[in-house]
Design a protein around this ligand. Sequence first.
Ligand SMILES: Cc1cc2nc3c(=O)[nH]c(=O)nc-3n(C[C@H](O)[C@H](O)[C@H](O)COP(=O)(O)OP(=O)(O)OC[C@H]3O[C@@H](n4cnc5c(N)ncnc54)[C@H](O)[C@@H]3O)c2cc1C
Length: 324
Amino acid sequence: MIITFVEHDGGRADRSSLEALTFARRLASGLGDSLGAVLFGPEAAAAAAGLGAYGVTEAHLVDDSRLDAYAPAAWGRSLAGLVGTTSPAIVLAAGTDRGQEVLAYAAAMLDTPMAANCIEVRPGEPFEVTRQRWGGSLLEEARLDGAVRFLTIAEHATQPEEAVAPSTVRVAAFSPTLSEADLRVRVVARVAPEVGKVSLADARVVVGGGRGVGGAEAFSELEELAGLLHGAVGVSRVVTSAGWRPHSQQVGQTGTRIAPDIYIACGISGAIQHIVGCKAAKTILAINTDREAPIMSRAAYAVIGDLHSVVPALSAEIRRRQAS
Ligand SMILES: Cc1cc2nc3c(=O)[nH]c(=O)nc-3n(C[C@H](O)[C@H](O)[C@H](O)COP(=O)(O)OP(=O)(O)OC[C@H]3O[C@@H](n4cnc5c(N)ncnc54)[C@H](O)[C@@H]3O)c2cc1C
């Protein structure tokens, strides 16, 4: 069996977990193996019910209310315990912060290696993977040892795709054995995003702002455009370092990876650390005063000009068309 760690919210699996499940199903079908899932949290049963569409036949719900909130070592310990009782050939997760962390804990507890951010897996002996390094700017061919192979799948490397025929999901509760030390690090509070705001990771339109925006106040122009397009605002690290916007809005290697239909990059030069976070965008529109800025080589469209003129003009035109 291949077990996939599934992250979920509001009773539905996250998009990145659906990508990982799609990857895992193809792998399982090549190996003639079955597909299982492991889920944590109070809404796990609801999320598990939807996984048959992705070919999951067995869902393990970790049954311990102390794990309702995220606790990396304890979740890792639970996964390690589940591996001990189910003996999967492969344990897989999306290459999200949690996917990497939980699998790394579980693999370390089982004294087994793990390969992060894989984009291709060639099972067999040797078991080979191609994986992204340095935020995707380098691809590495690696061999993965261990009785159980632990790997994460690079976000946006696969499109989520339902199975041709849905399967019936058998649900089983799993009670982990934990120590107090496993629970030392855990989430104690969550700050909900502002109501009505689109999440950056899932937004179909992202309006990005960089140093060229010039200051915190000027982001109102980008907010307006993002609002008109039902999108989200994303920013470069310069912007978060300056304290103009929160880190939760940072796009890039040390921020969120986005995959919108269109990314409107305003006053962003296009440093590689930023590009790794937005290269999965279907279309990039750059607005920049510098026609030589590196972002231009990534952009399908560009407006060479001052964003403080271009962005309000775009918003005004959208408002005019929406009104007519
Ligand atoms: C380990 C590491 C990790 C990093 N992680 C990240 C990351 O996750 N995300 C990230 O973004 N960066 C990251 N960085 C930083 C990255 O290297 C760049 O410094 C940063 O992305 C640059 O931000 P910027 O494009 O906003 O600023 P700049 O590079 O200064 O570019 C500003 C752009 O604005 C244009 N401009 C100026 N005024 C206007 C105007 N009025 N109208 C239109 N255009 C204008 C300029 O022509 C220029 O192209 C990381 C760096 C390191 C070393």
